[in-house]
Design a protein. Structure first.
Length: 301
């Protein structure tokens, strides 16, 4: 019964993601889009407010292998309530998926140039193949976000800077102690592009870095990241790297590489490999390498 319920839940999510993608883009085939189209940065790309559109990639890793499963998560907060009493028999292989959407709620305000967006991303880690633990969701990360965007036009190192802005971002896994993890961030961001290349730059200040569920989280997962995307003939390769900016002490961070290969229309084969800290909130101070394969419906482009 539990397996049937889990499979039904998965297919409902998959159907919702596919329907939202088709409805929001109003096209059977989704072609790679530049920054102007994705973020409606000029008059030729402006659509309307409260229209659901993709944000971050939407993918399903049917199998994701971890070199070091986090069987006994711990927080740098050494209070007794954050101590997990015993190890959990997690499998090395699990199911991972991400859903992500955004919508514009205010258009051309603040001197007629800024847009205000709200976004939501959910990343889930499902021990689907773990019979011993009855296939639980090991971790779910919820990430609502408010994004203020300004269109710009200037060059940096041969790239065209197309947007800059600020965002407020909340991350939480929705759990109680000792598994509770959360982070609030103010983020400065910029988007650049050149031919087949797109680059996102972000730097942030974590409001809960030194207290709460996960103190010093930015010392592990980073205080800035760089996302580089390259598209060629339907193939999309991306690199996401985060760094804690500790140049004179312990350098830590997170790196993720993905490659999607076109199968048919919007459906793509998807490969992802990562290394470092913070693949999920519960793993913010846990070092591991992961490799996953599956499918994707929406990419960064």
């Amino acid at each position: 019964m539990k397996l049937r319920t889990s499979i039904t839940f998965f297919w409902l999510l998959l159907s919702f993601a596919a329907h939202a993608q088709i409805q929001s883009l109003n096209d059977i085939r989704v072609k790679p889009k530049n920054l102007s189209q994705r973020w409606e940065l000029d008059t030729t790309a402006v659509r309307s407010t409260f229209l659901l559109t993709p944000y971050k990639p939407i993918y399903f890793l049917l199998g994701k292998y971890s070199s070091n499963p986090n069987d006994q998560p711990h927080s740098e907060n050494n209070s007794p309530e954050y101590i997990v009493p015993e190890e959990l028999p997690y499998d090395n292989i699990e199911f991972k998926f991400q859903l992500s959407f955004k919508t514009k709620v205010l258009q051309s305000f603040l001197w007629g140039s800024a847009d205000l967006w709200v976004a939501y991303t959910q990343k889930s880690f499902w021990q689907l193949y773990n019979h011993e633990l009855s296939r639980p969701f090991r971790e779910i990360n919820y990430e609502p976000e408010i994004i203020l965007n300004f269109p710009v036009k200037f060059k940096v190192l041969g790239f065209n800077t197309r947007m800059v802005g600020i965002a407020f971002n909340h991350l939480s896994n929705g759990k109680s102690d000792p598994f509770s993890r959360s982070l609030n961030r103010f983020i400065l961001h910029a988007g650049l592009e050149r031919k087949n290349w797109t680059v996102y730059l972000r730097s942030w200040y974590g409001l809960s870095d030194n207290s709460g569920d996960n103190p010093d989280i930015s010392d592990y997962t980073g205080r800035a990241d760089l996302n580089v995307i390259y598209e060629k003939k339907g193939h999309i390769v991306s690199f996401l790297g985060g760094y804690n900016m500790n140049f004179n002490s312990t350098p830590r961070g997170y790196a993720e590489f993905s490659w999607s290969y076109p199968i048919k229309n919007n459906l793509k084969a998807y490969f992802q490999v990562s290394h470092g800290y913070g693949e999920s909130l519960i793993d913010y101070n846990h070092l591991q390498t992961t490799v996953g394969v599956g499918i994707s419906l929406v990419e960064w482009l």
